[in-house]
Write a protein that binds this ligand. Structure first.
Ligand SMILES: C[S@@+](CC[C@H](N)C(=O)[O-])C[C@H]1O[C@@H](n2cnc3c(N)ncnc32)[C@H](O)[C@@H]1O
Length: 470
């Protein structure tokens, strides 16, 4: 019955943000205090009033930042033990974002996407015919490959686990290269087909490809995650793990091969190259500065901090290096702590702190240097590719400001000509702020540090190095 899933322990605490509102009930207007119970339900407190579980109200009027707003029909689900004084309100005619109502004071209709449907459907009319034909051929070919590979999966299902695992390895080794070379060929065709497109055209055609290839995208671990973005952005710690470990992850042979194809692309290779590069930079600087104790370094947007395994090489490193790992995403920091534990298991205890913080907060903090201290090396990999020039410039200035004399900032950014760009945009829905040598160097203009540029071995990624005088 309505209200049966409510529980006192799920009710929001007094410290939670609240809104006031009214409902009409049996000819009277009742005041109600509202909090966010979940994305789709409001917590309602009727004070001294009592209402039966399951009661339907014709509307809820809620006081929002722009004034009172009348929302449609809702049902009251009484909280157990509250005798109808408290409970949840669920909407009956629309899906409202209750977090936005309470926390942001605005109405956000979760059905909004449906209103855009006609516009989105019309996009298909603006797809170039040759692209449409190419995608149709691609989808057909992929379906055939998938059918054959799925048949093999079904054979394996009947085998004991160890036999199935060995047979899967044999299948991937025997048939994988053929499928991967088919995919390589399709990538080359796609690159040629979209060369010269403008930004909007790329977006429209990429969207079309992803809609048509959606079942294939969902079959691969990395494609599914970059497209679904469960943490709200592409490049989360789990995606980085998939890239760093570069295994044939997933369940079926088809999905594993599609995943393998993506994590072997030059852009993914470039991500893995960062590990050794950062470690080498750190040790060169450490030696140049006479091995200070401690040698303090800061990783900005640290993600899973895989490079720590390359950075800490000896017990002396464990004793002298002091790591500060900053990221806005608590899950990324959890992964970074796991990396610290791996280092400690190999070399003994290290000094490492994690900071849950956005670089945007850093920009506002005038006492940043007092709070964080100074560092010999500050590096940021996989962050500037997401920042607009004004934000990137401002962040860079703050990072330089954190340097010890003789210290350095190292910032990675994918190059505008990196060969996996179309693949990342079209298949993975992973757009980046690509930069040229000039536009990356321009971020450092006017900063009190000597700027130079380097590349990783794949030449997909550039590194801006800023060295502060001693
Ligand atoms: C592509 S990953 C790179 C992770 C790591 N540096 C690496 O190279 O493996 C990007 C990371 O940036 C973090 N990030 C994105 N925007 C941020 C911001 N404004 N402040 C702090 N971290 C941010 C994300 O949470 C994510 O962990």
């Amino acid at each position: 019955m309505a209200g049966s899933r409510s529980a006192a322990s799920e009710l929001v605490s007094a410290a939670e943000p609240r809104r006031t509102g009214t409902v009409d009930h049996e000819g009277r207007t009742l005041a109600v205090t509202l909090a966010c119970a979940s994305r789709l339900a409001l917590e309602a407190d009727l004070g001294a009033e009592r209402v039966a579980d399951g009661t339907e109200f014709a509307h809820l009027e809620v006081a929002l930042d722009g004034g009172p707003v009348r929302l449609g029909r809702c049902r009251f689900l009484a909280a157990p033990g509250s005798r109808g004084a408290r409970g949840r309100l669920v909407f009956l005619d629309a899906l409202h974002d209750c977090h936005a109502i309470v926390h942001d004071g605005r109405v956000a209709d979760l059905h909004g996407a449906f209103r855009n449907l006609p516009l989105v459907l019309q996009q298909r009319e603006r797809i170039r015919p040759e692209f449409e034909r190419w995608v149709a051929g691609l989808v057909y070919d992929l379906s055939v490959w998938r059918r054959v590979l799925d048949d093999q999966d079904r054979l394996l299902e009947e085998e004991p686990l160890e036999v199935a695992a060995a047979a899967m390895d044999a299948l991937l080794a025997a048939e994988g290269p053929g499928f991967l070379s088919f995919l390589d060929g399709k990538d080359r065709e796609l690159d040629a087909l979209v060369r010269g497109f403008g930004r909007e055209e790329h977006e429209r055609h990429g969207f079309y490809l992803r809609r048509m290839a959606w079942p294939f995208i969902l079959s691969s671990e990395i494609h599914r995650r970059t497209n679904m973005k469960p943490r709200g952005y592409a490049g989360d710690a789990e995606m980085m793990r998939l890239l760093y470990e570069a295994r044939a992850e997933g369940r079926g042979a088809f999905g594993r091969l599609l995943h393998s194809h993506a994590v072997q692309k030059p852009g993914a290779e470039a991500v893995r190259a960062r590990r050794a590069l950062v470690a080498a930079e750190l040790h060169a600087l450490d030696a140049a500065l006479g091995r200070p104790a401690p040698f303090r370094f800061l990783s900005v947007a640290c993600g899973p901090a895989f490079e720590l395994r390359d950075t800490y090489r000896t017990r002396d490193d464990a004793r002298r290096l002091e790591a500060t790992l900053l990221d806005q995403d608590p899950q990324a920091l959890e992964a970074a702590r796991a990396a610290v534990e791996k280092v400690e298991a190999a070399h003994g205890p290290i000094r490492a702190v994690t900071l849950a913080e956005s670089v945007r907060t850093m920009l506002r903090d005038r006492g940043l240097r007092d709070r964080l201290g100074r560092f010999h090396l500050v590096y940021s990999m996989g962050l500037f590719d997401y920042l607009t020039p004004p934000v990137a410039k401002a962040v860079l200035a703050r990072l330089v400001d954190l340097l010890e004399p003789g210290g350095a900032v190292l910032v990675g950014n994918f190059h505008a000509s990196q060969p996996s760009k179309v693949y990342m945009d079209y298949w993975m829905d992973w757009p980046l702020y690509y930069r040229t040598e000039e536009s990356l160097l321009a971020l450092a203009e006017g900063l009190p540090a000597h700027a130079s540029l380097g590349f990783d071995p794949t030449r997909c990624q550039m590194f801006l190095r800023l060295e502060r005088g001693r």
